[in-house]
Ligand binder design. Structure first.
Ligand code: CP3
Length: 383
């Protein structure tokens, strides 16, 4: 635990000068001055990398998430290659749901597919509460990674209740989320019971990662943009709030006297990023769920987004992943624009507006990292 110049007590995982808690990424999340704008990419550990494809050639997706030595290697690959400012744990949002007893698979080219979709109250009861033992491979991988990464922060993550519920109710990916919405509007009581259970699983999964040493967490509500703000507030916000503010409540000591979290690992000190796609109308509400950083997709310029989110939160984003497929001068112009618009926010973490597409040339990603660092450090020098 350290006290910074503003007198705020920081309960970061490791607040040595130069350690992960003092990294540009964590500093930007906390709206503190940075030597350069930090950058990482959603889905940076994935199919755009030949070294990833080689490892995954013989190992199914869910199995690779359950083997700590593979998780460690795949998580480190983009850090080595691109020099990004943060690593994101290699896993998937459905990993804790599978650990909770739901029979599912991640089908290449399709995504998560659930054997028996959740449609009734009895189905909700099939989603068991999870403990650290159910995801011990994640605990082990994070502990290994924290050692390997040294001063580079590791981001833990989970899926938010709405996005997880969509996969579970639909039985797989969906364009309209029609079955999910039919349940939500048709049986609000069952909907809230399902999301409350998913919030418990998600919170437990994030706590395991935080106690094992991640420096920040991202809650992915990728498909929340399918909802109006009114429906988001009624059907989703309470459950995402349970997750994000639940991480802070851990610190108050109320009701969790059984936990032996080391104080310096206290979740209250871990920045929380909240992200969704197509969320222009939801940015303010998503911030209210208890985020320190709100992820923005490419549809909303960062200065406009900041006006909606408020000056008490940092922003993350928001290069269109498809721009990476364009000629370099186009990429460069877009990076410049985003850095400029990001200056309106009290903190900016450079990222894409959604995940890296598999067909992306990894060398373009490396060049983007170098460009973000170069342009933003020049500005920092000028004060
Ligand atoms: O960001 C990272 O590099 C860390 C790893 C990560 C994966 N999935 C690995 C993965 C993260 C953070 C996720 C999160 C995730 N998973 C989300 C939220 C982020 C988002 O994209 O909105 C969602 C919605 C999922 C569910 C999911 N899993 C989808 C839609 C897919 C794609 C299906 C496909 O093959 O196109 C997956 C599979 C998946 N998750 C892969 C990876 C690397 C591809 C599997 C493979 O390589 O065969």
């Amino acid at each position: 635990m350290t006290t910074d110049t503003t007198g705020t007590v920081a309960r970061d995982g490791d607040s040595r000068p130069g350690g992960p808690a003092d990294s540009p990424f964590i500093r930007a999340c906390r709206r503190r001055p940075v030597p350069h704008t930090p950058v990482w990419f959603m889905r940076q550990a994935g199919r755009s990398l030949p070294e990833y494809r080689e490892i995954r050639a013989s190992v199914p997706m869910l199995e690779s998430c359950r083997r700590p030595e593979l998780v460690t290697e795949i998580t480190l690959q983009p850090v080595r290659r691109h020099g990004v400012d943060a690593a994101i744990l290699f896993s998937d949002i459905v990993v804790p749901v599978a650990a909770a007893g739901i029979d599912l698979d991640i089908v290449p080219g399709t995504g998560p597919v659930v054997a028996e979709p959740i449609r009734t109250a009895a189905d909700v009861e099939r989603i068991r509460r999870i403990t650290r033992d159910d995801v011990s491979y994640v605990d082990e991988a994070v502990r290994q990674l924290v050692v390997e990464l040294g001063d580079t922060p590791l981001i833990g993550f989970a899926g938010a209740p709405f996005t997880l519920a969509s996969y579970l109710v639909e039985g797989g990916p969906s364009r309209t989320h029609a079955k999910t919405k039919a349940l939500m509007y048709g049986d609000p009581e069952l909907w809230h019971a399902l999301c409350a259970r998913l919030a418990e699983v998600t919170l437990a999964f994030l706590r395991v990662q935080i106690e094992a040493g991640v420096s920040a967490v991202q809650l992915f509500d990728s498909w929340a943009g399918a909802l109006s703000e009114a429906d988001y507030r009624r059907f989703v916000l309470p459950h995402s709030t349970t997750v994000l503010s639940g991480l802070v409540d851990d610190c108050s000591g109320s009701g969790r006297g059984d936990r032996r979290a080391e104080p310096e690992r206290s979740p209250a000190g871990v920045p929380r990023i909240h992200f969704g796609v197509g969320t222009a109308e939801l940015l303010g509400a998503m911030g209210e769920a208890g985020a320190d950083v709100v992820g923005v997709d490419w549809r909303t310029p960062l200065d406009v987004a900041t006006g909606r989110i408020g000056a008490d939160k940092a922003v993350q984003g928001n290069l269109d992943p498809c721009v990476l497929l364009a000629p370099w001068p186009v990429v460069e112009a877009e990076v410049r624009r985003i850095l400029e618009q990001g200056r309106a926010a009290p903190g900016h973490v450079f990222n894409l507006g959604h995940g890296v597409l598999p067909e992306t040339d990894p060398e373009v990603l490396t060049r983007v990292v170098a460009l973000v660092h170069e342009l933003s450090s020049r500005r920092a020098d000028q004060g």
